[in-house]
Write a protein that binds this ligand. Sequence first.
Ligand SMILES: [Zn+2]
Length: 261
Amino acid sequence: MRGMEDLPAFVELRAYGPLNDFLPGPLRGRPLRRRLYGTPAVKDVIEAAGIPHPEVQLVCVNGEPVGFGQRLQPSDRVAVYPPFRTVELGPVLLAGPPPLPPDEATFVLDGHLGRLAAYLRLSGFDTLYPRDAADDELAGLAGDGRILLTRDLGLLKRSAVVRGAFVRSDRPSEQLIETFRRFDLAGAVRPFARCLTCNRLLEPADRESARELVPPRVFREQAEFRRCPACGRLFWRGSHVARMARLLQRAVEAANGGAGG
Ligand SMILES: [Zn+2]
């Protein structure tokens, strides 16, 4: 004889918007039944379904916002929402941390995202890209206030990671647009602020000192030069702004003409 306590227990899980990217195709856009073993934290059930916690902003259980530690009971209905831009969040309990002001956003990128790292620096954002870093180190930097951008779901699911995003596209220019949208960065772009190689903020350089170091035409046309205090490289506005403009133009063209979704 089987008692009631032996019957399998389930919860219903519904993912909204781009969180469906993490579910197998046939399961997207509809409620999932997930087997419940014991009374796990809602975060564990969400991640077991494939959705990394940094992608989640709000979790509701039976219609009520809850924290990630909320224990689930049989037949609970779980709704999981991605980060959203709200004018007024009100007193809603967010499962994830509140969005950062765009001008306070700093990043750490995994070893496969070198081009995106350069583009973010070109845009002025403080971006670490520790090549060959172990996952522990990347997760530690992400727990230290940096936003982790990665294409490694296992890394993104680490509990040390507070803020982060899975980079969907494998094309760097699209990755940049994706990142701008997700963290609302477009208004905080500061070209000509940061060294592309070292990530250091540039310092004003004496114009005369640039005369021998840059092409004559550049020297004639540019009134202002800046120098990286770490590697000594000279930058001028044209070098950053022109690259930025080409990059954004390519990205827009790709978005208009592309068949992606
Ligand atoms: Zn430098």
